[in-house]
Design a protein around this ligand. Structure first.
Ligand SMILES: [Zn+2]
Length: 88
């Protein structure tokens, strides 16, 4: 009776797949199973870990810029709304 151990690499993501899936991962768009495999790869692959951290920082900075722009647009909308109230 021979039992074959599961191939350890068949289920693991490659560095190429990490690069392709990084934005989905950071946006929480990966399926839980894929996210678990993603995290497992990062745990054993420092270059990918560093890469993902770099992308995460970039997205955070871009997100801040975006939020500021949104805030400015929202403020203008509120100011217009206040003007409307004052006139009414
Ligand atoms: Zn890797």
């Amino acid at each position: 009776m021979t039992s074959q151990p599961p191939a350890p690499t068949s289920d693991d993501l490659t560095c190429q797949e990490i690069v392709e899936a990084v934005t989905d991962y950071l946006e929480g768009a990966l399926a839980p199973d894929d996210a678990a495999r993603f995290v497992r790869h990062l745990a054993m692959c420092p270059p990918c870990h560093g890469y993902v951290e770099q992308i995460r920082l970039t997205i955070r900075m871009a997100g801040c810029l975006h939020a500021e722009q949104l805030a400015a647009a929202e403020r203008e909308r509120l100011v217009a709304l206040f003007r409307g109230w004052r006139c009414a």
